[in-house]
Design a binder for this molecule. Structure first.
Ligand code: BES
Ligand code: ZN
Ligand code: ZN
Length: 471
């Protein structure tokens, strides 16, 4: 499917179907109001009504703001794809909502069919976004950038959605390497012997029972005179069985998505390099598989992390923080960044705290939280801060080591996980670091907003927005 922006009034563009967005007020005064009402269409957000004879697809919207249009255009594309029409047209509502419109179409139209022997074929080939705005050049730029960001989000989704027998730490490293070649990035991959030389005892322990060697992937995008340097760290658990603290069967299903943080940072660096931003970006990925076996790491083990902090393992299912502890420590030595952001499907507790639709944001800097929240709301990703406190921190105390990998009480589990990571952030970096818990937002088994079944690409739009806003 091809989306084109054309500099014409909608009436001058020929396409089989016209798509119209209607608010409840629009519906009242519309010339088709009578028949639409007869069809039961109330212009509710995300409802659609296809008048096939008139070849018009009506889509209800609460308002003509970006968030509502993004969600509605995702519904529109689904309705179009399930019809047999080949082309459709819709008019650009405003400059400020064009990105959302494009995102809705590209993200809502996404399907992952790699494992279907007979994938559904859609007849839809072309969608025209029409505008007679005089400032067409500006609109074209917005359009092209929205396509880059949306495609990067779908790139992330594609990797997350791949089955764990296909994506393991080594194949993930190969995919990252391919991205580095395609996008002219630098790429370094540390294999297990390198990780041992780096004394990454926490990360190595998690991957020990896997037949696939763990890998630390480092990609960098280095423009000539960067305004800022950013390190992005991703949790890349290509599978999380829980390890010896084995997950229950129903909780284990979907755990291929435990690599979503890693895939998100790949999508981010892809987007940044294609947008040619003046920001130096480093992506660090801890690619590991958490399995069981005779040599698996165990509850009661004490691990020596790269930073020399010793960690008592009380639950092998709290593995993401162990991997991130070492990768964050490595990243802080490798690059002197202005900001360090980590993305991880870290805790089920984050979902309990915020629901499935909101990313949890943790860290020390109020200013950074504010700027990231703003980027989230501009990009249409929900994000909310979960505050650290000294009482919860005490729950991570260990009698035998410097810290325990699990809090002694389950309440506030997203925050205690975030505070565990904080232990590995150096004093001088405290205000540069933010942790994103995307456990709820990275994957869905029911469509919502512009997300379809499976991976959502959470974090990609938000972070590219933040990086584009850097002055
Ligand atoms: N990968 C999981 C977190 C997760 C759960 C992500 C559900 C997405 C959906 C993580 O490694 C994990 O298992 N965390 C444990 C931590 C606990 C043992 C302290 C959890 O959340 O139960
Ligand atoms: Zn786990
Ligand atoms: Zn995990």
């Amino acid at each position: 499917m091809n989306i084109k922006l054309v500099n014409k009034n909608i009436s001058e563009v020929s396409a089989e179907v016209l798509v119209e967005f209607l608010t409840k007020d629009d519906l009242e005064s519309h010339k088709e109001a009578k028949i639409l009402k007869q069809a039961g269409f109330k212009a509710e957000q995300d409802s659609t009504c296809f008048l096939y004879e008139k070849t018009i697809l009506f889509c209800g919207v609460e308002s003509k703001k970006s968030d509502d249009l993004r969600s509605a255009s995702a519904c529109a594309i689904k309705a179009l794809k399930s019809s047999n029409f080949i082309s459709a047209k819709l008019s650009v509502i405003s400059k400020s909502t064009l990105s959302a419109l494009v995102e809705g179409l590209v993200l809502g139209g996404y399907e992952f069919n790699e494992y279907k022997s007979k994938p559904k074929k859609s007849a839809l080939e072309e969608i025209f976004l029409t505008t007679d705005d005089l400032d067409f050049e500006k609109l074209e730029t917005i359009f092209n950038e929205a396509i880059i960001v949306s495609n990067a989000t779908n790139f992330t989704r594609d990797i997350v959605n791949k089955a764990p027998q296909e994506i393991n730490p080594q194949t993930l490293a190969m995919l990252a390497q391919k991205l580095s070649v395609d996008n002219k990035l630098q790429c370094t991959i540390l294999q297990e012997d390198d990780l041992a030389k780096e004394n990454m005892g926490a990360m190595l322990a998690v991957g020990r029972a896997s037949v696939h060697g763990s890998a630390l992937i480092h990609l960098s995008y280095k423009p000539e005179n960067p305004k800022k340097i950013i390190s992005l760290v991703g949790k890349g658990l290509t599978y999380d069985s829980g390890g010896l603290s084995l997950k229950a069967p129903t909780s284990m299903v979907t755990m291929k998505m435990d690599k979503a943080g890693a895939c998100a940072v790949l999508g981010m660096i892809k987007a940044v390099s294609e947008l040619k931003l003046d920001i130096e970006v480093h992506a660090f990925i801890g690619a590991v598989e958490n399995m069981v076996g005779g040599n698996a790491y165990k509850p009661d083990d004490v691990l020596v992390s790269r930073s020399k902090t010793t960690i008592e393992v009380r639950n092998t299912d709290a593995e993401g923080r162990l991997v991130l502890a070492d990768v964050l420590d490595y990243a802080q030595d490798a690059v002197n960044a202005d900001y360090i952001f980590d993305f991880a499907t870290l805790t089920g507790a984050c979902m309990i705290a915020l629901g499935q639709y909101t990313t949890g944001l943790m860290g020390h800097s109020h200013k950074l939280k504010h700027d990231l929240s703003r980027a989230g709301s501009d990009a249409g990703e929900l994000i909310s801060s979960l505050p650290f406190n000294s009482h919860l921190k005490k729950l991570l105390k260990s009698e035998i080591a410097d810290i325990s990998n699990t809090a002694s009480k389950p309440y506030g589990g997203a925050i205690t996980a975030g505070m565990f990571l904080d232990k590995f952030i150096r004093e001088e970096n405290k205000n540069k670091w933010m942790h994103f818990d995307i456990a709820g937002t990275a994957y869905t088994e029911a469509p919502w907003d512009c997300n379809v079944y499976g991976a959502t690409g959470a974090g990609v739009r938000l972070m590219t927005q933040f990086l584009r806003d850097i002055k």
